[in-house]
Design a protein around this ligand. Sequence first.
Ligand code: NAP
Length: 231
Amino acid sequence: MSLSNAVVLITGANRGLGRAFAEAALAAGAAKVYAAARDTASIDLPGVVPLRLDVTDPAQVAAAAAECRDVTVLINNAGILRGGSLLAPETLTAARAELETNFFGPWLLARAFAPVLAANGGGAVLNVLSALSWASLPGSATYSASKAAAWALSNGLRQELRAQGTQVTSLHVGYMDTDMVRGVAGPKASPADVARQALQGLAAGDFEVLADDISRQVKQSLSTARPAYAG
Ligand SMILES: NC(=O)c1ccc[n+]([C@@H]2O[C@H](COP(=O)([O-])OP(=O)(O)OC[C@H]3O[C@@H](n4cnc5c(N)ncnc54)[C@H](OP(=O)(O)O)[C@@H]3O)[C@@H](O)[C@H]2O)c1
């Protein structure tokens, strides 16, 4: 799936990895990049087409699919991390919000854009997941639950969209240097590097991209006697 002359729509494209995706898509020769964001005034990247889109709002998702009939690559990037202790009552609210954005949002987007992608020859969907699709950390188990659900969604979409020629690629990464984990110390991947690797994997037809050492180590541990998810 070549990015050259592709028409790419990226959710949450105003900052963080989404903005890096927009830059990388333009650099890879995309014909058009829809930079979708809840607040289009926050989009500052030249050369993109701003699009108002809250991924949790079914009416806005439907409107985006009706308006952007030329999309060939959908990047489900928008995400939130709320977290909290599983033993605290308020964490239920946080978990529901994470599922709305990280699981139901990409599902709504994929469903709405499937006919658009089919009409344009198949195209591709790239889902931004995490090393935490396969493991939990204290305080962010609800985020892991949402990213594990999104992993299952990505695998299900791959099977269901194959018939119409749509490629589905999952991106897993550990910590990246964005607002989401600003308070976390330690090594973090550069969003620009992650976006570049993900688009390279997409172009190569890969079903999965592991963009950093953390995601590679976590995946490798899954078949060991003490996998990362055992804690
Ligand atoms: N940072 C990490 O360490 C890390 C690691 C693995 C995976 N990820 C994943 O990478 C993706 C990008 O995250 P990031 O690191 O770039 O985080 P970020 O800097 O916090 O950016 C999150 C983006 O998602 C958007 N967003 C949140 N809720 C939305 C909604 N309901 N509708 C539309 N857009 C919404 C935000 O828009 P607003 O500006 O309107 O809030 C923002 O553009 C997420 O899926 C995240 O889970 C991040």
